[in-house]
Design a protein around this ligand. Sequence first.
Ligand SMILES: Nc1ncnc2c1ncn2[C@@H]1O[C@H](COP(=O)(O)OP(=O)(O)OP(=O)(O)O)[C@@H](O)[C@H]1O
Ligand SMILES: [Mg+2]
Length: 500
Amino acid sequence: MVQLKKEFCDNSVIIENKPVRLFNPTPTALPMAKATKKNYKGNIVIVDDNPNNLRLLASLLNKSGYKVRPVSTGKLALSTTKLNPPDLILLDINMPEMDGYEVCQALKNDVLTSDIPVIFISALNESFSRIKGFEVGGVDYITKPFEFQEVLVRVSTHIQLYQFQRKLQEVNSLQSQELIEKNQQLQEKNYELENLNQILNTKIAELQHAQLQLVQAEKMSVLGQLVAGIAHEINNPLGFLQGNLEHGQEYLNSLKEHFSLYKNELKNPSSEISAHAEDIEIDYLLEDFPKLFKSLNRGVDRLQQISESLRIFSRKDSTAKIPFDIHQGINSTLIILKHRLKDRGDSPEIQVIQEYGNIPEVKCFPGQLNQVFMNILANAIDALEETESQEQKQIAIATEIVENLEMEAEKAVQIRIRDNGAGIPDDIQKSVFEFLFTTKEVGKGTGLGLALSKQIIEEKHGGKISFRSEIGEGTEFIISLPLTVEERELQPQTENRSIS
Ligand SMILES: Nc1ncnc2c1ncn2[C@@H]1O[C@H](COP(=O)(O)OP(=O)(O)OP(=O)(O)O)[C@@H](O)[C@H]1O
Ligand SMILES: [Mg+2]
């Protein structure tokens, strides 16, 4: 080793197979040119404690087009490479203070210099020295004395590799920067889309809401006008009937009295009068007369009740809530639905059970509440018409005051409408209040009834509407309307009343 080093220190290197004296380091045989801007091939730091070696290598490389910085100690090498990182470092191993391995390790430990390729140039030729050189991060190992052409080839290869690597890194970092930017743009677009989606969803919900209100207003006005019109039309003839019935009864009573006077005075009527009396069954006629009038009066009363119910059902809501007898609302709705409750041949009679509790009048929009009763009762009738069960079909309506657990008011009026129809299947239970959800055939259901009812109860009245249902058992809708303190203090105004 010492010998080799010595050999090198003998100031001779081999250039193109010829030993060249170091103190005459201009190898005339080599076509060399000083590194100029034009032929600049790279920037090299040469580290060697031997000034002769340093000078020779520096001059050779410089003439081959490299910019060279010769340094004589490891410490100087570290500071100069950090300050201005070269493209390659040619590093001697045997140096005082800090040997080449340590310098290489220090270079590799610093992010600023870790990528710079290091070629060891050493007289140490044992394989463990080479291996150690590679272990500490060297990319190549040249033994002294060296062939300068070989040094040139290795230097140029590693510099090109390093420059190529750096370009690749630059491209990579440029691409990843672009990717990051694109990703950021995508995220922003995504965020914008999400926002738009949210706005769209809100708008759709608002639209559906508005649509429901329109439908409700439309339904109310069409149905209300129709029913109010019928009620009005019935009222006039009803008035004639009622007034004339009273007079008719009076007239007939008078005629009856007058007839009995005749009968008393005319003891032996002619055969013609007797035959006519027999023909018209005068005794039965006189006896049946009052009954006939009673029945006529009952009919008129019933008509009056219907007309009143129509009026209650079709009442136009004002902008403010007004106290309303809930039972009256339910009863008037039942009267309007009466034709669907009767035995109609193909569908048997539906029995209505009214379990009305003592509840006060509730401040509400009566027309809208009636519409809710109508929707729920009509659904119950639909469900009962569809059921195959042989059981007596029933709708039970119960009302009572309950402790209010879910709403702000402490108490609420609860209205429960239960049918023993087919029930609502589990998989559609979550959808029944949805806008346009229906299981009924086209023309029979629009899927608005319950959506409207929910809006009326929960948004317009601050109440709650829910249901429980079991297949084969039936369905119960539960409506709760909060009671104000004044309402709670009101005496219950309604009593049980059943429709006939
Ligand atoms: N009492 C009930 N028993 C069984 N199913 C019911 C009952 N009430 C509601 N449903 C189910 O809920 C669905 C939605 O009811 P909703 O009243 O909103 O619409 P609809 O009755 O189908 O149509 P419409 O707009 O004419 O009322 C019904 O189609 C039906 O499937
Ligand atoms: Mg319905």
